[in-house]
Design a protein around this ligand. Sequence first.
Ligand SMILES: [Fe+2]
Length: 409
Amino acid sequence: MPSIKRISTNDLEVGMYIANSNNEWIPNGNLSRCGLIKDPLVVAKIKSLGIPEIYIDIARGKAPESLATSNLELIKQKENIQSLLKKPHIRLNEKTSFDAELAVAKKIQSEGLALVESVMTNVKYGQAVDVNSTKELAGNVIESLLNNQNALLCLTQLRTKDKYLVEHSFNVSIFMGILAVSLNIMGDELNDLVTGALLHDVGKIKVSDGILNKPGKLTSEEWREMQMHVTFGEQYLRDVPGLSKEIIDICAQHHERLDGSGYPRKLAASEIPLHSRMAAVVDVYDAITADRVYHQGMAPAIALKKMVEWSDEIHLDKDLVYQFIRCLSVYPQGSFVLLNNQRLGIVQALHKTEMKKPVVTIVYNLEKNIRVPNFPMDLSDPSCSCKIERVVLPEEYGLNLNELLGTLG
Ligand SMILES: [Fe+2]
């Protein structure tokens, strides 16, 4: 089991070992601040700085009593997520500004898409997958999400119709990271879930393009071939050294459904672990919001609404669907919205409490029918009287969301 744990600073004690990664307590890589705590004054100093959480290594020091087991282990034992969902939803404070993180996120996205593409090519030709680079990419995604999740979230809206498979894999990793962090899954477990999401659909590279991109309904034979992507992927990943059970589960079980109607194994709910249920939720969300060759994706807010309506029908874990909505808010980043002052804008950042009053980057004035220079408007500001009327599609106004998103940051 991974030994790096995130704990509340209130639980910090003498005898614990401060890990050297992801700690606000260790600015600029100052590693003299990690290691075994021997002096109560160090504990007092860290607590006085107001740092809410800290990473410790329980293999090298004492573990807090409250951390008897990891969250994932807890789920496996209890077979339900109620206990986690009752905990307050974790949305971390932004460590960096949206603009600063957007530049980093764009680089992660372009490198990430290239890496996923090369992984797919390797799978196609039966060559080795670069596990280390994939895990490193997962680590970069996580780091960016922990810095300011708004940046990568906004980029999930940038799509190219003919790059669906690669973009879908990358986006699913972002959504998985956000959902996992909200359930307080951290460290190696978090990296495994994000890596699993990056690799969940690798078997699709073995399915013919004609079937993957077919606009109409698949014949039963085509549908069988489509379903085979899971088996292809699982078989491939099982032979790759260094992949955890969770990573392989995410690939093998992301189409299993709680009523046993999923594929390929028709697993019962009790046989589908949390990480595979999470993969199912984020996979469906990205699939229905994506523009495909043959249809336009749903707006994010509409997709979330539909997922609640459908969750009984499509047998996703409803608790996780709700948790995902709490993560993305009613108006997810990248949503294109109409304000009551006849301005159009893109949701850029969310507030922790004011879910319906995000920061919106105004891009268009409908009264004058003109594109206006981007300017951010914080709807939660007490002096701001504007509010969101509804989510709209940019195409209704002759605008292109990809182009507009490219002008942010
Ligand atoms: Fe899939």
